[in-house]
Design a protein around this ligand. Structure first.
Ligand code: GLY
Ligand code: MN
Ligand code: MN
Length: 464
């Protein structure tokens, strides 16, 4: 937990964003795995955690914008719990660590809300993403489950995004810790990528590294020699020479800040000519994008810069043809990179995605595109110092997409389908880094993880 002034300051800043009423933040409750007492790892709600700092299940926080008070509602443990869990701090002591003086048993929350409702005050809350939270909002606010999400406060969503999108020094330090854990995960995976090993063994090993050095992984590990499937969670393949292993994995720190890193390596440790050629294009795109990052540029522009680098590279490789800008304007690059360049990152690996991607990645000056591929760009708006985001270009050979585009006669002026057809056994490549937008440009966060061809081959040789 950070020092209490951090949380007091965050709540006071939110007061500057919201006119009146109260904000209700429900923390998460334990989630059963297969029966009530056997739970998943407890993960606090990121927004409750941001404003109240406590990682205890079953708590709620209230910020009153009219009287200036903050409250934490939660129950002290009794002797039955203490027998199993040991002595636990009291709610008042926990709340003090977050700079909150007003505490009450959880049951009193309903009274405070009933009062606020009676007085006609607005009760702001954020859209829930768990069923339990939806049910709890429904019960507390006296509205149907179906009305909970639509009733979320847009004013609060916008206020929270405005605060949380700018990372403070202590948050950046946490994210760097998470990237440093990812360094250990990825360098281990690279060394283990030898022919004959089952993907599961590598995925399990690196998940263990995350747990050993910080917390759980920040999202289910994507690790596959079938990297053409963008979010491939199947880990049952036996690695074969000639395939590229995509590993997209990150860790959470104890404070729940995340990393999100992707590396792609040739099984066996040596790039063949075809792999090296495509890999170098993705690497050029990754580094070209990073170098373009600075305050004031729209991330959408960086996305299209990457699209042009990819088209230029694929033209040299004989897979595309024609005018680069025309190809990108037409969307021909989306055959190879059908996803966006990146997203905001923080406590959530896709930061604040539960609030609505468009509130986080877009604004009144930048609207989300609707075309295939570009519509998946999660972050399009102008960058500001303090943003932390991912840069994750890729090139994929997705057999079904190739067939579909070809059958539809799409982009015939820009794509050499005859040659692309011969790459259907290639797989995919993605290279992802986590970047801080600084006052003057950018900083790549964490210990650099090998990514040039030479660096990757040198590191992989250590595993043989
Ligand atoms: N880890 C999923 C992503 O890169 O966004
Ligand atoms: Mn990723
Ligand atoms: Mn990502």
């Amino acid at each position: 937990m950070f020092k209490k002034e951090v949380y007091t300051d965050r709540r006071n800043k939110l007061r500057g964003e919201i006119g009146s009423g109260i904000a209700l933040f429900l923390g998460n409750v334990e989630a059963p795995f297969n029966y009530l007492a056997n739970t998943y790892h407890f993960r606090q709600d990121s927004h409750f955690l941001y404003f109240f700092g406590l990682q205890n299940p079953g708590f709620a926080g209230v910020i009153d914008f009219d009287n200036g008070k903050d409250y934490i509602f939660g129950n002290d443990f009794d002797i039955d719990d203490i027998i199993w869990m040991g002595v636990q701090p009291k709610v008042t002591d926990l709340a003090a660590k977050a700079g909150v003086e007003n505490t009450a048993p959880y049951a009193d929350l309903a009274k405070l809300l009933a009062n606020a409702k009676y007085e006609g005050r607005q009760i702001h809350y954020l859209p829930p993403y768990r069923g339990e939270t939806t049910i709890e909002f429904s019960a507390l606010l006296g509205i149907s489950n179906a009305d909970v999400k639509p009733g979320a406060s847009v004013e609060l969503i916008k206020g929270v995004v405005k605060l949380k999108e700018i990372k403070s020094e202590e948050e950046i330090a946490e994210i760097e810790k998470a990237v440093d854990i990812a360094y250990e995960m990825h360098t281990t995976a690279m060394k283990m990528a030898i022919p004959g090993i089952v993907e599961q063994e590598i995925a399990g090993t690196i998940e263990g590294i995350s747990l050993a050095l910080g917390g759980p992984v920040s999202f289910p590990i994507i690790l596959s020699q079938n990297g053409q499937t963008l979010h491939n969670h199947y880990h049952g393949n036996v690695l074969k020479v000639g395939r590229m292993m995509v590993t997209d994995g990150g860790a959470e720190t104890r404070e729940c800040y995340s990393s999100d890193i992707t590396r792609t390596v040739p099984v066996g440790g040596k790039f063949n000519e075809r792999q090296a050629e495509i890999y170098q294009i993705v690497l050029d795109a990754n580094m070209g994008a990073i170098e373009a990052i600075k305050p004031g540029i729209k991330y959408r522009e960086v996305h299209f810069l990457v699209a042009r680098i990819i088209v230029d590279g694929l033209k040299k490789a004989g897979l595309m043809k024609g005018d680069t800008n025309a190809a990108v304007d037409a969307g021909a690059h989306t055959l190879f990179m059908p996803h966006g360049l990146g997203h905001m990152m923080g406590m959530d690996v896709h930061d604040m995605e539960s609030l609505g991607e468009n509130y986080v990645g877009y604004d009144e000056n930048t609207q989300r595109a609707t075309e295939f591929g570009t519509a998946y760009l999660r972050l399009g708006k102008e960058l500001k110092p303090g943003f932390v985001l991912t840069v994750e270009p890729g090139i994929y050979f997705i057999p079904d997409l190739i067939d579909q585009f070809w059958n539809e006669g799409k982009y015939l002026h820009f794509i050499n389908y005859d040659k692309v057809e011969t790459y259907k056994d290639f797989g995919g490549i993605r290279i992802e880094d986590d970047i801080l937008v600084t006052e003057t440009g950018y900083r790549v966060l964490g210990k650099p993880i090998p990514k040039t061809i030479e660096e990757v081959e040198t590191l992989m040789a250590e595993g043989r």
